[in-house]
Design a protein around this ligand. Sequence first.
Ligand code: SAH
Ligand code: SF4
Length: 411
Amino acid sequence: MIYFQSLTKTELVELLKPLSRIKARPEQTEEELDLKATKKARYRAQQIFHWVYQRFVTDWDQMSDLSKDLRGWLKENVEVFRLSERQSRQALDGTHKFLWDLSDSKTIESVIIPAALQEKEEDFATEDPESPTYRGRPVQETVTSPKWTRLTACISSQVGCAMACKFCLTGIQGLDRHLQVHEIVTQVHELRRIAPITNIVFMGMGEPLHNFENVVKACEILLDQDGLNFSKRKITISTSGLVPAIEELGKRVDVSLAISLNGTTDEQRSAIMPVNKKWNIEALLGACRRYPLGSHRRITFEYVMLKDLNDSIEDAARLTKLIRGIPSKINLIPFNEHSGSDFKRPSDETVRQFQKYLMDRKITATVRISRGQDILAACGQLRSIFGTARGTERHRDWGGVNQPSTLNTVS
Ligand code: SAH
Ligand code: SF4
């Protein structure tokens, strides 16, 4: 059996071609027959993409405009993959987090982050219309509320992560395995059943560029106009800085890029992100400078702010110099504290000063308000609550933050 969500449309066309050949008339050449079969297969592939991705039909028998033969063939050879929901939680600010069971009993998580653009102006939590943030004021809204102008799906690319960033709960848990293409695509597909997702960010569990081929293929499928039909500007891949993979990504698929910079000197960055020992800041920023950005597009630099570690005004000054000349914006993320690490979040005042320093120098700098704090929406945290991550005993608690106020199971 092949999982439908692992196929690009071109691959599906190739599979359908042998079934789409018509009876040859004597005057027809092999070339003509092949061309006709390709055309028919392409039409059928489009129909199937529409049924599954746009009409959410999973039963081949219900696809009424497909021939009986084709439905029979699909039933025998192709399966529409579903992720089974183990748990979901809705935070007061609308953030909705899902924990999925995979077929090998491993688990991954995805989050829907709603935002209302008309609420973007606020003195401290400056909202960038491009960034998946919301100002964090508690509201009891679900993701289906009409007030949201953007619904970002934050998805995982691996079970765990090998990059071992010291501040990250997923990093502390280590890498279990890469996600397959259908497991990546289906996260978005499942979330789309629940809410009209507008943006995708690869900022859940895992380092997307470590699972390069599967992530690139998943992006191709997500971008397909007959499928989920996301535009290239609405998909962002976030990486800790795998330099050769960044170079390759630019050649292979046109999506937005985010870099987890998180430090302004090699010493500082290597201490929290081991990947920096292999590709240092200079190498990383070199790859960013060479990254083929389309017109009006910018690289996002994410900067997790850790108290007394990378949050000084000297850091802000170095950061300003480092990114000079790169079309970019900075997303400051005050550290989301969890019981798996001793790092602390800087005070709001420190974050404000840091942001002001950058903005005074005409750098776009937004502060990402931690979303869904009451449901542990940070990297790797939901999974750890349910005790499904490796070495989870010590994380099997509420991570030192409030108990969730709502517990929803969406069917
Ligand atoms: N592996 C990729 C994408 C997933 S992590 C990457 O590192 O870019 C997504 C973002 O969450 C990264 O910018 C990372 O630095 C940040 N992050 C991880 N743990 C965090 C925490 N506890 N608090 C705040 N941000 C965190
Ligand atoms: Fe992996 Fe990203 Fe977490 Fe680092 S921050 S451990 S790269 S998921």
